[in-house]
Design a protein around this ligand. Structure first.
Ligand SMILES: C[S@@+](CC[C@H](N)C(=O)[O-])C[C@H]1O[C@@H](n2cnc3c(N)ncnc32)[C@H](O)[C@@H]1O
Length: 297
C-alpha cells in the first residue's frame, strides 16, 4: 500500500461527493465500485494523483483522497466504542508518548487509539496492547492492518486481562515508559502497572463517567505511589464558515471521556502530603473510601 504518489492497486481511497457523502474502498486492478449513481472502475482511479475527481456511470462526480488516520478511525468497524481522534491527540501529548518509548495499552477495543500510539512510538518503540476479548483484539488488528497495510512488527497484541497478563511478562517489568488505560475498572490494574512502569513514567487513563473518575483518582492517591493526579476533558467545537455567517456549528459531540494523568514515584518515595485542605464536605459523612487494592506500597 502506497502512502504517497499516484494511486496504486492496494491503496485505500476515500470517495466523497458534493454533498459530503463518503465511501471507502481498496483499489484492485479490474475492480469496480458501485454507488447508487452508477459504477466507477478502479482502473479510472489507479494512476491518478490524490485530489482528482472521477465520474460514475450515472454522472456523479467523486473526489478521491487517501483517508487520514482520523477518517479511518471514525469509519472502521467497531467492536467497542473507540477513543475519538481528538482524545488520542490529547493522550499522545499529555502522556508524552515519544519515539522509541515502550508503551502498554489496555483495552485495545477496536484499535482506535493503537494507530496513534504506533505512530508516536515509531519503528524503534514498542506497543504492548492487552484486550480481554479475543473478538475485539482480532477486530483491532484488522483495523490497524487495513490502515497501515500490515500489523507492524513492534505491535504486540495479547488477549487477557492486563492485571493477569502484564505480570507474566518479565521482559516488561520496570521497563514500561507509558501506560494508557481505557476500561471500566482501571483501578484493578494498578498493582500490575506499578510493577511494570519506570520511575517518572506516565499513566494516562481515559474514563467515561465522573463516578469512575472519582473512584480511580481517590484510589490512586491512597496508593501513595503516584504524583497528584491531573484530570480534564476536551471539547471540540467545529465552525460554520460562510461569508458573514461565521459561527459555531449547532451540533457538537458534547462528551467523550475524561483523562487523568499521574507519574510514578521512585520506589519507596512517597508523594508530597497535600497542603491545601480538601473543600468542606469533599470527604463528609456520606463519603465512602474506596478499597485501595491488595499490594499497596
Ligand atoms: C472502550 S473499549 C477500548 C477502546 C479502545 N481504546 C479504542 O480506542 O478502540 C474498552 C475495552 O477494554 C477491554 N477491557 C476491560 N477491562 C480490561 C482489562 N482489565 N484488561 C484488558 N482489557 C480490558 C474491554 O473488553 C473493551 O474492549
Amino acid at each position: 500500500m502506497s502512502k504517497r504518489g499516484p494511486f496504486a492497486a492496494g491503496d485505500r481511497v476515500q470517495l466523497s461527493d458534493a454533498k459530503g457523502r463518503l465511501h471507502s474502498l481498496t483499489l484492485q486492478v479490474g475492480g469496480s465500485f458501485h454507488t447508487h449513481r452508477g459504477g466507477i472502475p478502479h482502473d479510472d482511479i489507479i494512476g491518478l494523483p490524490e485530489g482528482s475527481i472521477v465520474t460514475s456511470a450515472g454522472g456523479t462526480d467523486y473526489l478521491c483522497l487517501r483517508p487520514l488516520l482520523l477518517d479511518h478511525v471514525l469509519a472502521m468497524p467497531r467492536g467497542a466504542a473507540v477513543i475519538y481522534p481528538k482524545d488520542s491527540a490529547q493522550i499522545v501529548t499529555n502522556a508524552d508518548v515519544f519515539p522509541g518509548a515502550v508503551v502498554v495499552e489496555a483495552g485495545v477495543g477496536s484499535g482506535g487509539l493503537s494507530g496513534y500510539l504506533l505512530r508516536a512510538v515509531g519503528e524503534r518503540g514498542e506497543l504492548h496492547s492487552f484486550e480481554r476479548r479475543d473478538d475485539f483484539a482480532a477486530t483491532a488488528q484488522r483495523n490497524v492492518a487495513s490502515f497501515l497495510g500490515e500489523a507492524p512488527a513492534n505491535w504486540h497484541v495479547r488477549v487477557g486481562d492486563l492485571q493477569d497478563e502484564l505480570p507474566r511478562l518479565p521482559e516488561l517489568q520496570g521497563r514500561v515508559d507509558r501506560v494508557i488505560l481505557d476500561m471500566l475498572a482501571p483501578w484493578e490494574c494498578l498493582d500490575a502497572v506499578e510493577a511494570a512502569i519506570v520511575p517518572g513514567g506516565v499513566l494516562c487513563t481515559y474514563i467515561a463517567t465522573t463516578t469512575q473518575m472519582s473512584k480511580f483518582v481517590e484510589i490512586l492517591r491512597l496508593r501513595r505511589a503516584w504524583t497528584e493526579p491531573r484530570a480534564w476533558e476536551s471539547l471540540v467545537r467545529t465552525w460554520h464558515l460562510e461569508g458573514l455567517a461565521v459561527r459555531p456549528d449547532h451540533r457538537m459531540i458534547g462528551h467523550t471521556g475524561f483523562l487523568v494523568t499521574a507519574r510514578r514515584m521512585a520506589p519507596g518515595v512517597q508523594p508530597f502530603v497535600r497542603r491545601t485542605k480538601p473543600a468542606k464536605g469533599a470527604y463528609g459523612d456520606d463519603y465512602v473510601q474506596p478499597d485501595v487494592g491488595t499490594d499497596t506500597p
